[in-house]
Ligand binder design. Sequence first.
Ligand SMILES: Nc1ncnc2c1ncn2[C@@H]1O[C@H](COP(=O)(O)OP(=O)(O)OP(=O)(O)O)[C@@H](O)[C@H]1O
Length: 573
Amino acid sequence: MTMPQDSLAGGAQGFFRLSVGLRWRLALGVGFACAAALASFGLLFLSGWLLAGAAVAGLGGQAVARAFNIVLPATGVRFFAMVRILARYLERVVAHDGALRLGGHLRAWVYARLAPLAPAGLVDQQGGDLLGRFVSDTDKVAAYYTDVALPFLRALLCGVVFVGVFACFTLPAAALLAAGLLLGGVLVPLLAGPAMDRLVRVEAEQQSHIQAELAQTLQNMGEYLLLDAASGRARLWQVQQAGMDKACWKLDVLESAARGLITLITFATALGVLVLAVNACRAGQLSVAEVPMLVLGVLAAFDVAAPLPLARQAAAQAKLATMRLDAACPPSAPRPVVQGADLPHAPYDLVVRDLSFAYPKTVSPVLQNANLIIRQGEHVGLIGPSGIGKSSLINLLFGFYVPDSGSISFGGVDVSTLCAEDMAAFVSVAAQDFHLFAGTLRDNLLLAAPHATEQELADVLETAQLTQFIQSLPQGLQTWVGNDGLRLSGGQARRVAVAQALLRGTPWLVLDEPTEGLDAPLEQALMAALVQRCERTTIVCMTHRQAVLPFMHRVIRVEDACFRPGGGSDMKS
Ligand SMILES: Nc1ncnc2c1ncn2[C@@H]1O[C@H](COP(=O)(O)OP(=O)(O)OP(=O)(O)O)[C@@H](O)[C@H]1O
């Protein structure tokens, strides 16, 4: 499956690009939908003729009745009834299968776009809104096929056939049917379109606000309760929900009005065709039985126009959804492709040269012409006031942000030629804002090292000073940690993050405030076990805790956007 590389925007164009590889399947779905509509038309058309023909034969006396051949039209009616059932079934199977596949392709496309943006490119996006786009906007774009393309194509193709069939009997009736179908199928959706676009936009905006607020509230319900802000959130939702309900209601009214207008046009056309057919019958151009046949034919023909207002609304939703997805997933800046680029190699030294960096949309640089060398195997404490730029070094090392100038080399390789996954093979990070996933303790540990043995798990838990705690749990490592590790204390969760980093066995370990939330004896025990276990591993420990520093070989202070020596060349005794 080839995914579209460029934008999705443009409604039909975006959909067309997305459907590469599925087009035959989708075309088959349209074919079955047309077959079902044509069979429906044939059924009603022929039934009208059959009923009227039988009635005329009955009234005409025995000779006429004997001459009336009921077998052929009755067989035709049965044939169309069977074809309609079969085609409808196949249409559902093929078209819905195609729509599901489209949805799958689209979600893969969105994920492929979103993943490289994390974390820097997602800083300004709200999680709930993003989730909403990922789920409901992808659904709306995928539904473009079943809810927009299919009804419009069916109306167009079948409409031409219906008019052609009418033309075989009487041209004025065919012209009237064509005019009626154009009015109902083209003009009505065109008239309703702009208002639908506006209401769909209002509805989508309200919905995305509600989703974003809901996700944020559920995630931080504890804080809202503590801040006595929970009832304020509920009121906010009520207002937003009322706004969304109003937009939905207006959309429903508009769509019903458009459908009602098509019904009016249907009956007006049927009436017109009746008059024309009666005149043609009087002129001897049509038989009596053909008059009701044509009238019923009009009713059947308009079956394909009736769903078009709803299809127009779905088109507005799909178009808006493609624009929202495009906006949420801009193409990431292409990384410089370095043919045969090397991976870092031993010794894994970090060399930072004249590095300057400011976060996007900020004025003050976090680093300005900063220089730093950390040799493999060193244990370095990185200190400095809160917000000075210690953690930013991780963002730059992993390429989450691009420096304004200067360079960072790791293991002899310029990190700008590496991706985050490359770096992760050499550097494990227990970040300050670590995240534990809803699962068991074991699940979270194995996420870092899926093939870790029981012995390896036990070893890292021992180093992270978690053995006693795990043994105290009735379910041990099978204990469910809750959403975001909420069933663990802050210090326990942080040590699980440290254990994850240790489990990966990389030559570098970056620990951001590893002992935060620990009492003094536990802090000492953790640091002692860490440095003992990681004798040959480089440790960079970002910390405010003085008690951690004696465990380091040296200390670097971040000051005035530069790295400065912050402690003796060898602090360890
Ligand atoms: N994604 C971001 N966009 C804009 N500014 C940011 C971003 N991340 C961090 N900053 C700013 O950059 C500065 C350095 O942040 P950083 O997290 O590196 O500080 P730190 O020294 O690690 O702080 P702490 O000790 O509190 O963890 C801060 O002023 C912060 O507000």
